[in-house]
Design a protein around this ligand. Structure first.
Ligand SMILES: C[S@@+](CC[C@H](N)C(=O)[O-])C[C@H]1O[C@@H](n2cnc3c(N)ncnc32)[C@H](O)[C@@H]1O
Length: 404
């Protein structure tokens, strides 16, 4: 290990470790030692800071040349997610001034990275498969904790993978780095004791289960096309292609794993929604269930009930902003209404009503006492993946879409 001491980095790492212990994210001496060892600056030489702007988010480049060595280093050691790439190509070294853009790569906030590593329950000789190398910072922490020979990491984006490799080499690490689709796992390194994903999946890829030894653990977040995250989910592999998991709670989310992202619907969707012939009725399940600010639970339940639906929030003709749910020729929009008849009206279009399964699922969830996500479980077999509360065959039980 050849970490170069540099101006204040060691002290900043210790300070960050103290802060992460205070926040409860960092719990064990072994992971603390890893956090104190790995210089995060090797993985984010330049990055962007968001600037609040009433019209659009602007991104201020942060590099040692632009802000000075000390300020950049202080920012590296704050518990922040730093955006490292905009629009799939723009880095902080490409501009001297704030620019608009969409983030396409980032270094996850250290608090979440170490919380996940703690929840992974890796032991001294654990062989770990990581999905989503990203900048390589979490890969480096795994190397520091377990030794590079026990670490395999997969990144789908070749340019991102190349930069991670450089960062790792700079501090003396050479784990097995694979460029490819992490949803396929990496058979040559199997069997693994642990699988950890820092991108989010719609269902648990079969390869992760078959490439993990029985008794081994898989840690991931699950995300659906309505945008609701499961928070962390930890599964134990129980046998041939089977696993049982618990939802650990929280609101953590990651960008979707590339083949699991929702298909992009064209702008013609707005015209189609406008012109669709709708039926209208009252409902006790109003639009607030689609609001992530109300917590993930109801949005996650809606997503289980209508797994191929997407949500678009917009207003028409100066009207209020409304959540429109859309799924292959079907559309539903719930609009707040005056009680006591109902709390909302829902307008639906398409051959089969889209709001009905969502409404039924939320109704069952309310009858069961509105359990939070950390009271749900997941059961995986080669035939089906089921998310459930109470009883896998009961009313709060849904099959996940498992088509690749
Ligand atoms: C949030 S970043 C990872 C953060 C990283 N662990 C770190 O510490 O910087 C998620 C990464 O997952 C990658 N990714 C997305 N889909 C993937 C897939 N199917 N297989 C492997 N990597 C994927 C993205 O390109 C991105 O670099």
């Amino acid at each position: 290990m050849t970490v170069e001491p540099d101006d204040g980095s060691t002290t900043l790492r210790q300070r960050m470790a103290d802060a992460l212990r205070e926040s409860g994210d960092l719990r064990s001496p072994a992971w603390r030692a890893a956090v104190e060892t790995v210089p995060r600056e090797a993985f984010i030489p330049g990055f962007f800071e968001a600037i609040d702007d009433p019209h659009q988010t602007m991104w201020r480049p942060i590099t040692p040349e632009l802000v000075g060595v000390r300020e950049r280093l202080e920012l590296v050691y704050t518990d922040e997610t730093w955006v490292t790439q905009l629009n799939c190509s723009v880095s902080a070294f490409d501009t001297d001034v704030p620019v608009p853009g969409s983030p396409t790569s980032s270094s996850t906030l250290p608090g979440l990275v170490v919380r996940m590593l703690e929840e992974l329950q890796a032991e001294d000789r654990s062989r770990v498969l990581e999905i989503g190398t990203g900048t390589g910072y979490s890969t480096a922490l795994l190397c520091a904790r377990l030794g590079q020979d026990l670490v395999t990491s997969i990144e789908v984006d070749p340019a991102v993978a190349g930069r991670a490799k450089q960062g790792l080499a700079q501090i003396g690490y050479a784990p097995e780095l694979v460029v490819g689709d992490g949803l396929l796992g990496h058979q040559p390194g199997a069997l693994y004791d642990r699988v950890i994903a820092t991108c989010s999946v719609r269902h648990i890829p079969a390869s992760w289960i078959t490439q993990t030894r029985p008794g081994g653990l898989i840690l991931t977040t699950m995300l659906g096309w309505l945008g609701a995250s499961s928070g962390l989910v930890r599964l134990e592999v129980t046998g041939d292609g089977t696993a049982e998991g618990v939802f650990l709670g929280g609101t953590d989310s990651f960008m979707p794993a590339r083949p699991h992202a929702a298909p992009v619907l064209g702008d013609d969707i707005y015209g189609w929604i406008d012109e669709a012939e709708t039926s209208e009725r009252g409902t006790d399940v109003g639009p607030e269930i689609l609001d992530p600010w109300e917590g993930w639970a109801t949005l996650f339940i809606a997503q289980l009930a209508a797994p191929d639906a997407q949500v678009f929030t917009f207003g028409t003709d100066g009207g209020p902003m409304l959540h429109h749910v859309v799924d292959a020729g079907r559309h539903a929009v719930a609009i707040p209404d005056a009680p006591p008849e109902s709390s909302a009206v829902v307008r639906q279009a398409g051959a089969i009503d889209l709001w009905d399964p969502i409404e039924a699922a939320i109704g069952e969830w309310r009858v069961a006492g509105s359990p939070s996500l950390d009271q749900f479980r997941i059961s995986v077999t080669p035939e089906a993946q089921t998310v459930w509360h109470g009883d896998p065959a009961g009313p709060l039980s849904w099959k996940l879409p498992t088509i690749k």
